[in-house]
Ligand binder design. Sequence first.
Ligand code: PLP
Length: 241
Amino acid sequence: MNILNNINIILQRIESACTRCGRESKEVRLLLATKTVSAESIKIAFDAGQRLIGENKVQEIAQKYDDLKKIQHETHFIGHLQTNKIKEILKYDVSCIQTIDSIRLANKLQDRLEYEDKEIDILIQVNTTNEDTKFGVSPDGLIELIKHISLLDRIHIKGLMTIGLFSSDTVKVRSCYRLLKQLQQKVIEKNIPNVEMRELSMGMSDHLEIAIEEGATMVRVGTAIFGDRIYPDSYYWDEGR
Ligand SMILES: *Cc1c(COP(=O)(O)O)cnc(C)c1O
């Protein structure tokens, strides 16, 4: 695995995609999806100038924390957060939780933040695939969820996140990303106080170009930089396993 080389290829792909659709490449941030990746390998990416990582499990953040904290960087949480891990995750300077998808989770997070006198940025994870098995709020429930969370003063909504469909059918994949963009627009039109809708976190190794064409402001890339993982992604998305 040549991590440096792979990062350069990804940056090039981002750049080309932006050029093709008339966007500036600085509008799109690269988040390194670092589940199962060692602190050693992550440091190689830091040396290459990357500063934004996303982890799926609180335990993995904890394991790498001491090794990585000497190098200034930003950590987002991109896995499914269980309420019983909220207390733990707040120990590790996670700047954004991208996967808030229920009132219950948001309420528990607010309570704990209040108790610790902290605040946090979040994205709302939306299920854009119409499948029951995936996490994320349904498009129908999005506005209600956002209205509720907008009243929780410790939690700052910055935008939306989706995983989208796993498929080689790019038409279907694109429709997930397009839906997220449309939902962003819908939320913006509601003009809800205390809600920012700047970020659209969507697109992974395989389809980042499509996501950028549909308006992504953050692409989350793992495999194309760090190589294949042993377990299926569903394993990492479910914190309970
Ligand atoms: C692993 C992961 C990614 C990156 O996927 P790759 O296909 O490895 O690029 C993106 N988003 C989430 C939520 C992930 O868990």
